[in-house]
Design a binder for this molecule. Structure first.
Ligand code: PMP
Length: 365
């Protein structure tokens, strides 16, 4: 088969998948392991599917070094449903939950928590349009809080927590949708981590939840079955039909991560990739301006920047498209430009982007 013509894919999510993963899925698509059918057509109770399901769980545990007292769950409804499920399960009447507001997704999580119970702003970087991550000293929350919620990487504004906050005895819950598996994290610091799959894990359709059993045991059980974490924990995430093909794709992605040398190796590459694009911004003498504050908070995953005016941005995006770059427009809520350089985006794509940016500046600066 001829080599596919792969775009420089900087989509924010769903986003690039490793070519080797797509090729493996294609190879197995029509007949899965001698079963006479595709995995797409197979019962989620079959031993073949269950092996894939369990492989995805065990690879996640291995790659993220998840301690034994945690459950790994597969849910649907995206990270957006987690915004509601977290307070429904863990924000009882009489308690308050703290939210660190670092961008649009954090705000959405906060809005859902206020719908379900009593939530408060523990800190915010809204002033200056979320260019930074609050420092530890700015966080205000009582030690009797139900939990503290953070967004580890802010996909739209392009900021990322470099070091995670100390929540003391308060359970720390993180939305890691856009940077899970991009760097090693100390899972033990968190009572719960959740992530929509469609950036670093898989195509869209599954949400991974990593949850400490101690937290799980405190959950409110007076919520419908599909909204209770315990339903998933008690049934190995097979209470109802899971998104089998997406989980299969995740297993393939996780095998690929392992082949790449694991999460630490990916972090090294992600740093090199991001440095190329930030380098072009920083060397441009103001032709490109980065949104995230360079001294603290730049995301390795979502690199956000602007040009002098909207007309020049339009020209940049149009010429980038011509040159084979996809997904460089900023989120519709903020405009500007954004390059999402997730795990599966090759180094060569970031190098090509850097070169394109330098050339565009020479021609238009
Ligand atoms: N949180 C973050 C950090 C995100 O980037 C996104 C999606 N881009 C969401 C939550 C919402 O995820 P979903 O579309 O899976 O509900």
């Amino acid at each position: 088969m001829s080599k596919p013509n792969r775009a420089y894919n900087f989509n924010a999510g769903p986003s690039a998948l490793p070519l080797a993963v797509l090729e493996k899925a294609r190879e197995e698509l029509l007949e899965f392991q001698g079963t006479g059918m595709s995995l797409l057509e197979m019962s989620h109770r079959s031993k073949e599917y269950e092996a894939v399901h369990n492989e995805a769980i065990s690879l996640l545990k291995e790659l993220l070094q998840i301690p034994d007292d945690y459950e790994v769950l597969f849910l649907q409804g995206g990270a957006s449903l987690q915004f509601a499920m977290v307070p429904l399960n863990f924000l009882p009447a009489g308690k308050k939950a703290g939210y660190v507001l670092t961008g649009s997704w954090a705000e959405k999580a906060y809005a859902e928590a206020k719908m379900a119970g009593d939530a408060f702003e523990a800190a915010s970087s809204k002033e200056g349009n979320y260019r930074r991550i609050p420092e530890q000293g700015e966080l205000q929350f009582g030690q009797d809080s139900a939990y503290l919620h953070i967004t580890s990487n802010n996909t739209i504004h392009g900021t990322q927590w470099a070091t995670f906050p100390d929540a003391g005895d308060v359970p720390l819950i993180a939305d890691m949708s856009s940077d899970i598996l991009s760097r090693p994290v100390n899972v033990g610091k968190f009572s719960m981590i959740y992530a929509g799959a469609q950036k670093n894990l898989a195509p869209a359709g599954v949400t991974v939840v990593i949850i400490r059993r101690g937290l799980l045991e405190t959950a409110n059980l007076k919520v419908p079955a599909m909204l209770r974490y315990s339903t998933y924990a008690q049934n190995n995430s097979l209470y109802n039909t899971p998104p089998t093909f997406t989980i299969y794709m995740m297993a393939l992605v996780l095998r690929w991560v392992k082949q790449q040398g694991g999460v630490a190796a990916l972090e090294k590459r992600n740093r090199e990739k991001a440095a190329l694009v930030y380098g072009a911004i920083d060397a441009s003498g103001g032709f490109y301006t980065g949104h995230a504050r360079p001294d603290c908070c730049r995301s390795l995953m979502n690199i956000t920047f602007r040009l002098a005016d909207e007309a020049l941005e339009k020209k940049f995006l149009a010429e980038a498209k011509q040159a084979g770059f996809v997904g460089l427009a900023g989120h519709r809520s903020v405009g500007g430009c954004r390059a999402s350089a997730y795990n599966a985006v090759p180094y060569e794509a970031c190098l090509a982007l850097k070169e394109f940016m330098v050339k565009f500046q020479q021609d238009n600066g």
